[in-house]
Design a protein around this ligand. Structure first.
Ligand SMILES: N[C@@H](CCC(=O)N[C@@H](CS)C(=O)NCC(=O)O)C(=O)O
Length: 217
């Protein structure tokens, strides 16, 4: 299976970490925003990442791809079977992909993607507005959800909710947004997310590349 995308995208990182958690083999074909790669264009009608080509079966959207893989390879346990836990997992995935996605878009795109990768000025006013107006409600909500001492967002097990929320938190961290220190439920949660090998495999390379690209300037 080919996965088109860049691990800097929260949606791509979510899918890559999902595959790592399950031991699914894939080849990551690096594409950037607006990439003309014909395979990517064929797999992603809206030219958004991630997209896959699995032996000629093409599909876009991280959630659609994860559901495809759950059906292809059998239930992973990363999406709980129990009704209420399943509902909660899908809620957090949706929350990460939409509410957090909008905040990440404004902050990460304008502070990192535009200046570092696209070599143009980002809209810093939009990034500042998202940090002031969107991030506090997201942080407070997640903090409250984690305040009962749980390790992961749903039940006792790491799963889809943590893949989605954890991936978005990495983008905010890249852009300098802090989840709090380790004594805060959200800060401690993010430390557990960062330590997860399925994320660390990608984020190690991301931190190294970002520091190389921003060194000296
Ligand atoms: N709901 C989609 C969102 C995908 C998405 O928005 N990807 C962004 C990168 S983070 C993208 O490819 N943007 C390119 C564009 O909008 O042109 C998913 O979960 O895969």
């Amino acid at each position: 299976m080919i996965i088109y995308g860049s691990s800097f995208s929260p949606y791509v990182r979510k899918l890559l970490a999902y595959c790592e958690e399950r031991g699914i083999a894939f080849e990551l074909k690096a594409v950037g925003i607006g990439d003309p790669d014909p395979g990517y264009a064929a797999a992603s009608p809206l030219k958004k990442m991630p997209a896959i080509d699995d032996d000629g079966y093409r599909l876009a959207d991280s959630s659609a791809i994860i559901h495809y893989l759950e059906a292809r390879d059998g239930a992973s346990g990363l999406i709980p079977a129990e009704a209420q836990a399943r509902g909660r997992a899908i809620w957090f995935e949706e929350f990460a992909d939409t509410v957090m996605g909008a905040c990440v878009g404004a902050i990460f795109f304008n502070r990192i993607v535009a200046p570092v990768f696209l070599k143009r000025e980002g809209d810093l006013a939009a990034a500042i507005a998202a940090e002031r107006e969107q991030w506090p409600a997201i942080r407070d909500y997640l903090q409250a959800e984690l305040s009962d001492g749980r390790s992961w967002l749903v039940g006792d097990a790491f799963g889809l909710a943590d893949l989605a929320v954890g991936s978005a938190l990495h983008n905010l961290a890249h852009a300098g947004i802090k989840c709090g220190d380790e004594s805060d439920p959200l800060g401690a949660y993010f430390e557990r997310i960062k330590a997860r090998p399925s994320f660390a495999r990608w984020t190690k390379k991301e931190y190294a590349l970002l520091s190389a690209m921003t060194a000296g300037g």
